[in-house]
Design a protein. Sequence first.
Length: 74
Amino acid sequence: MAVLSMSKQEFSRLEVLLRVQSGRLRVEDACMLIGLRRCQVFRLLTDVRTLALSIVRERYADFGPTFFAEKDPY
């Protein structure tokens, strides 16, 4: 199992991006909070999604999308 370390700034950005992804925060507000332009926020959202999907595919290859959605902790 790989360990991923993040700085406080990276963790803060991730929290903001996850709030945008879940619909709890507008992109414009995220831009102001993390000091990035709109296009940069969308690029980061794409990168986070790509990384998350690669982790899911690697670790949960036998899960189908419906079964995985049922296992959502939220």
